[in-house]
Design a protein around this ligand. Sequence first.
Ligand SMILES: *Cc1c(COP(=O)(O)O)cnc(C)c1O
Length: 468
Amino acid sequence: MKYISTRGDKTERGFSDILLEGLAPDGGLYLPTHYPKVARSTLAQWRGLPYNELAFEVLSLFIDDIPAADLRAIVDKTYTPAVFGTREITPLKTLQPGLHLEALSNGPTLAFKDMAMQLLGNLFEYELARRGETLNILGATSGDTGSAAEYAMRGKQGVRVFMLSPKGRMSPFQQAQMFSLQDANIHNIAIEGVFDDCQDIVKATSNDLEFKRRHKIGTVNSINWARLLAQVVYYFAGYFQATRSDDEQVSFAVPSGNFGNICAGHVARMMGLPVKHLVLATNENRVLDEFFRTGAYRPRGSAETFETSSPSMDISKASNFERFVFDLLGRDGERTREMFKAQLEKQGFFQLSPAEFECISAYGFVSGHSTHADRLATIRQTWEQNGVMIDTHTADGLKVAREFIEPSVPMIVLETALPAKFAETIVEALGREPDRPAALQGIEALPKRFRVMPADAAAVKTYITENT
Ligand SMILES: *Cc1c(COP(=O)(O)O)cnc(C)c1O
């Protein structure tokens, strides 16, 4: 399998070549040259496989430059009950006949990002060792992504993480999750500023090409193809749990921000998984809902991006969205470039032609949105009727899912985080604190390891130089 860019550069690269990369050199995103098709007979063979074996089968279709035995070992050590809490790894919880939650949040940081990031950590360690190289991951976080990256990379050979976070602005729980890590290769840097200051420092450092090259600076952001690929697996796992035969269809509802999670669902569907609808759910930041309803894509600036109670979906520009648009436009890289570069960068939006807009339904996408009041009502209803406590992002997904339930098509809502991460809204909805997994009780009291720095790229660069 080879990979090409969404912006017309047809240079074909292997999986291992793009594993450690972000954007393609022409500014596009990487996608496989084609989607491998999974026949019904193959689905029948995969049904009943344990998660790690299913993951190996799916990944093997996209990765042909890692020997099979090595890939199997990487997958086996990633998807274990010890790391993800259950034998099924992503078990279904049935709320009512035909409506399920797929649990993706039982990894170390209690959010679905662990599903992909844990694999990425093992793939990075493997590939860096194979090349005799090292990598210094520099990132900015306001919570979820940074902790998932740190828990994936802790103790890994050849990798160091430098994670910037705005001092005093994360919840005590999130801060404790990150700052309590004592691994020598994890560097938490609390910046005296806000999240945007952290991001500006990362940008300034990455734009210093000489520094970037000398210190082997990389990232693990959501456009990484391997992260997306890892997420394809749980669409298959959810399908097998919700159906008895491979003639049945299901729909998935996905709380969306950067369009990474639902893009993996799109890939699974393109491979032939019988998915009727991909239900995209947004919160008050409705940019993607607007696109699927009107064909107009108009990302908002940070000033127009609302801070909501489902913060991991407070995204102004959905970084993986270009991948779907490339497929929608018949994989026309020139047209994709013209929309994302010429139109978006110059006028701030693009609009599909009526004929292009028509095509969306062939890809199964529908969409809706949810508000803070909807989240509270959905959390309350699910607790009272089903005795299940859900987090605010999952509530966005469930609220919109209910608008698209059809008889005889099971609806699977992806649970993207545990309520323990968003205690404040749970208290508002239910008048009680969420339960916390036993291993995380009292983590706020653990010793913390972090460094405070001014919002100054030069100071951060000096620190990196001294510690690499
Ligand atoms: C990251 C995240 C999302 C959004 O996922 P995307 O892949 O960015 O669309 C939703 N919910 C939670 C809890 C997340 O951490």
